[in-house]
Design a protein around this ligand. Structure first.
Ligand code: OXT
Ligand code: ADP
Ligand code: MG
Length: 580
């Protein structure tokens, strides 16, 4: 459908356009092809028009899931994912995803319909009235409001550039209801559109900074590279692999950087994580922050204070020295920085001493043997390792499938057990460890890539976005969800310390059948109690591409509180005494 409004025969004047059309045209002019939304006042017609204009519009059951879908679409494509919501409550539902996108450095744009400023500012009590712009501002990288149809093109352009340039993040675009109905001359409207030129310009590192980084690396006896999700986002896959291989430096991938190089790569030190963190003398961070996931770069895990030098590649200058001193900051985009380092290594690079790689390999072998023992057990009811062994093989056989993963034990154990082979195939809870990303990520992964998706979900984690199984069935997406059903949060065997008849705070209905949920929407549901049943069901789902939910029955006593991060969980003396 063209952007020009249809004219009635009695209106011979110039063709007109309006705010609805201009928003769609502005997005399409910038190559945005998909909107993730929940319809309602005042944006229902915007979704309809976008669909009529050839965009893909995926409607969700809750805005948080639509927002998570937009965010991960941004991560996968380097182009901002767009989420569209109604005012106040719909906007607030989407805001968690916007804040999470910003925290994780994923580019996304949240467009929300809103009330007119005059009414909001005088607090006159409009339908779903809220000062959305003010509320969004601290939650995202940038927030803008568009009041005139003629400014829609510029507003969308600003949002796109803000989302993807420099450190990527979330952007809020406030669109009051009346904006959509504003009419203007179609020709003038066309001219008001902006196609953003070079939205994320290369940021070339200073040659002196490259030399400094190379000097620090040359002086290392026990160097280590840490690859973060920024490195996965950068899509500089070949050069990153070349850098690791040319330098001969062992690396560990942060969770969403797994697969940037295959996890089976001989230089992967993932299975010797503690050893390399504590014993390395130089650490080069590539698109990874020294936040809680890396114990802020200090403490026992990192060995004696001051014993290490850090090189850090990041597009955000203020990231440097945020937790510890960075001896060689390399500020720029990862593609340019890695290419510059590779050029500097061209002549006469000496790989790290063999004692270092041998020590790492010895530790790896120990941990891999320990893991093999756990994986070799055929526990019934299934424990995490028994079930994950099956899913590890599924991904090995289909390395281009996308793995979505959330939960606590379900997350931590799957991260260790399941090797990834290709970049950007593992999507998970990220920087906040947030539950609820599962179905939004799964939908967008399928929509954006067309690849099969395997979503491995704790039963609690799944509940945060579980209603979207209807969305998955409605769009007939190739998503196989495996719910690790251990009857609860962390474990299913908690007790009510008050002794009453209410269940423990962490326990769910015992023996639930999540598989039956999807059957209600026409998908395939399977209850799997053994590894064989699980394997058969997942293979069938991945081969057929039919929306499937497998209820994997896991021993309620198999998990540990908070998974691998129990150390962060303050414990009351009371619960310790009660043995909870
Ligand atoms: O080197 P050493 O010897 O130390 O060994 C390490 C590795 O070398 C080795 N390793 C290997 N060995 C052999 N082979 C291989 N391949 C291999 N790979 C590694 O293994 C060890 C450990 O390695 P790892 O895992 O790399 O290292 P480690 O030390 O764990 O790494 C540290 C971290 C911090 C980087 C890592 O643990 C990490 O990334 N953690 C992320 C944790 C996280 O984000 N968790 C989610 C949040 S938990 C909690 O908050 C939950 N809530 C509350 C809640 C949340 N989150 N959100 C919202 C909106 N509301 C509430 C809730 C409700 S979780 C949760 C639900 C939980 O219940 P579910 O039912 O969903 O899930 P279940 O628990 O299953 O019941
Ligand atoms: P992880 O959780 O995997 O450790 P983080 O989210 O902590 O990763 O870190 C990602 C980092 O990558 C952020 O500091 C961000 O600024 C940086 N980053 C993202 N994209 C790029 C890019 N194209 N070039 C350089 N740095 C980037
Ligand atoms: Mg559970």
């Amino acid at each position: 459908m063209s952007a020009v409004l249809e004219q009635s025969a009695s209106e011979p004047e110039a063709a007109l356009t309006d705010g609805f059309h201009l928003v769609v045209d502005a997005l399409m002019a910038n190559g945005i092809k998909t909107i993730y939304n929940v319809p309602g006042i005042p944006i229902t017609d915007l979704g309809r028009l976008a669909q009529a204009s050839g965009m893909r519009v995926i409607s969700f059951r809750h805005e948080q899931n639509a927002g998570n879908a937009a965010a991960i679409a941004g991560f996968l494509t380097k182009s901002p994912g767009v989420c569209l919501t109604v005012s106040a409550p719909g906007f607030l539902n989407g805001l968690v995803a916007l804040a999470n996108a910003t925290t994780n450095c994923f580019p996304m744009i949240l467009i929300s319909g809103s009330s007119e400023r005059e009414i909001v500012d005088l607090q006159q009590g409009d339908y779903e009235e809220m000062d959305q712009l003010a509320i969004a501002r601290p939650m995202c990288k940038a927030a803008y409001r568009v009041l005139h149809a003629a400014d829609i093109g510029i507003g969308v352009a600003r949002a796109i550039r803000a989302a993807v340039s420099g450190r990527p993040g979330g952007v809020y675009l406030d669109m009051p209801a009346k904006l959509f109905g504003q009419v203007m001359d179609a020709e003038a409207g066309r001219h008001s559109l902006v196609t953003v030129v070079d939205p994320a310009p290369a940021q070339i590192p200073a040659p002196s900074a490259v030399e400094r980084a190379l000097d620090v690396l040359r002086g290392a006896k026990r160097p280590l590279i840490i690859l973060g999700k920024g490195a996965a986002y950068a899509q500089a896959d070949d050069d990153i692999r070349a850098l690791v291989e040319k330098s001969g430096i062992p690396y560990i991938p942060m969770s969403m950087a797994k697969g940037l190089l295959p996890d089976t790569h001989p230089l992967s030190a993932a299975a010797a994580r503690s050893t390399v963190l504590s014993e390395s003398d130089v650490v080069m961070l590539i698109g990874a922050r020294l936040n809680w996931l890396l114990s802020h770069g200090k403490g026992r895990q990192w060995g004696p204070p001051g014993a290490k030098k850090f090189v850090q590649i990041d597009i955000e200058p203020r990231e440097m020295d945020s937790n510890v001193e960075i001896a060689a900051p390399l500020v720029g985009d990862i593609g340019s920085c890695v290419a510059a380092l590779l050029r500097g290594m061209r002549d006469g690079w000496v790989p790290p001493p063999a004692e270092w790689t041998q020590a790492i390999n010895a530790k790896k072998e120990q941990n891999i043997a320990r893991m093999a023992t756990r994986l070799g057990k055929n526990a019934l009811p299934m424990d995490y390792h028994t079930a994950l062994r099956v899913l590890r093989d599924v991904i090995k056989e289909r390395p281009d499938a996308i793995l979505v993963n959330e939960g606590a034990n379900t997350l931590d154990q799957a991260r260790g057990v399941i090797d990834m082979y290709q970049p950007r195939k593992r999507l998970d809870v990220g920087t906040w460890g947030v539950m609820g990303i599962g179905m939004g990520f799964a939908v967008a992964a399928a929509v954006e890539t067309g690849k099969p998706v395997l979503a491995i979900e704790g039963d609690s984690a799944f509940g945060f976005s579980g209603m979207e199984v209807e969305t998955i069935c409605r769009y007939n997406l190739p998503v196989c969800i495996v719910v690790f059903n251990n009857d609860g949060i962390y474990r299913g065997d908690g007790v009510n310390l008050g002794g009453g008849s209410d269940p423990a705070t962490t326990a769910f209905v015992k023996g639930s059948r999540y598989d039956r949920m999807i059957e209600g929407f026409g998908g395939v549901g399977v209850n799997a109690t053994t590894p064989d049943e699980l394997k058969r069901a997942v293979d069938t789902a991945m081969n057929s591409g039919k929306p499937t939910l497998i209820n994997a029955v896991i021993d309620p006593a198999a998990g540990s509180e908070s998974g691998n991060i129990g150390n962060l969980n303050p414990k009351s003396a009371l619960t310790k005494k009660a043995g909870a």
